[in-house]
Design a protein around this ligand. Structure first.
Ligand code: BMA
Length: 330
């Protein structure tokens, strides 16, 4: 068994949140200033918790109105978490509906948060800088539609480097989305975009793919997860939403150290497929979405992932076993 689900999974859920919270998932995690820091998405019901219960029980078919806040938690061991008493970030204006799915990368000791932003004119992806997670300085926001941005933990060839996932609806048809890269001299202006991995090159995805957790550096390359979506026309994956019919899995690949737009090796199997009850059943059944990946000095890799769009989980593996899963690309 290469990957071990942590026995205390889910490591964070709504029961541990000291403010309104229903769905705690898709967190970014990094080591920062001597401790583990988790920045997580919290979807909660503006109509009150009873509305969620009605949806779960089939007493209503429309999703209740929700709000999203971003929460923060810290840990000494990366397993048990102290949640701050208040959410750390929420953005809602006439134009911006919410920010969500935060990813955390520390570059030269500075914490950066990539985020998705729903607006009235499309979905955008951005990068913010923070010192202590009490305030966020937005450095850049993309044009729509783009999201799932992850920053590399160091510059590559002198440039900041990120993976991202534009939504190419018009030219690719519905849900044929691929994983792209871009570079920046200053974290603000992004360009040199390149296609990194196309959905048709992932045997276990037939719908769309995109980045997941920020990568870790190994001697053989940048090791990184990605999310891969399978839509089974015959299956109904359930979920509290009546029409949910997709399954999200974690894939694994290795990118070239000097040119991370190039995939050098990839696993032809999902790294994490849905299996545990907390992955199979929730707001959206059968969803695994990694957002944090930490390489320990021992060679252990901690992979943090949102499960069923409902809870946050942890799985561990040895870095050598993960590297062995990735087969060279010709
Ligand atoms: C995507 C995003 C993610 C979510 C996933 C599965 O489109 O909304 O935040 O985890 O769907 O529902």
């Amino acid at each position: 068994m290469i990957l071990t689900r942590h026995p205390s999974n889910p490591i964070l859920d709504a029961s541990k949140i000291p403010y309104p919270g229903s769905l705690i998932f898709n967190a970014g995690v990094a080591k920062y200033q001597g401790q583990y820091v988790m920045i997580f998405r919290n979807d909660y019901c503006a109509e009150g918790e009873a509305a969620w219960a009605d949806l779960r029980a089939g007493r209503r078919t429309t999703s209740p109105g929700f709000e999203t806040s971003i929460g923060i938690a810290t840990s000494r061991d990366g397993i048990s978490w102290d949640v701050a008493p208040k959410p750390c970030w929420k953005l809602k204006t006439d134009e911006i509906l919410r920010v969500y799915d935060p990813r955390l990368t520390v570059i030269d000791g500075v914490a950066y948060v990539c985020f998705a932003m729903d607006t009235r004119h499309g979905i955008r992806g951005g990068v913010a800088k923070t010192e202590d997670f009490s305030a966020f300085e937005i450095l850049t926001v993309s044009s729509p539609d783009n999201r799932n941005m992850v920053l590399f933990p160091e510059r590559v060839g002198g440039k900041y480097f990120r993976l991202e996932r534009p939504f190419t609806v018009y030219s690719r048809g519905c849900d044929r989305f691929d994983l792209w890269s871009s570079r920046s001299p200053d974290l603000r202006y992004w360009g040199d975009n390149e296609l990194v991995l196309a959905v048709e090159n992932v045997p276990f995805a037939n719908d769309k793919i995109g980045p997941a957790a920020p990568p870790i550096k190994t001697a053989r390359g940048w090791l990184t997860t990605f999310h891969a979506v399978w839509r089974d026309p015959e299956a109904n994956y359930g979920g509290w939403e009546p029409k949910w019919s997709k399954k999200y899995m974690a894939g694994l690949m290795l990118l070239d150290l000097e040119n991370p737009s190039k995939v050098v090796a990839i696993s032809d199997q999902p790294l994490i497929d849905t299996e545990a009850p907390y992955e199979r059943n929730g707001f959206r059944n059968d969803v695994i979405f990694p957002g944090g990946m930490i390489l320990e000095d021992s060679g252990e890799v901690k992979i943090y992932y949102g499960a069923a769009d409902t809870v946050e989980c942890l799985a561990t593996a040895h870095v050598d076993d993960l590297l062995a899963l990735c087969k060279p690309v010709q």
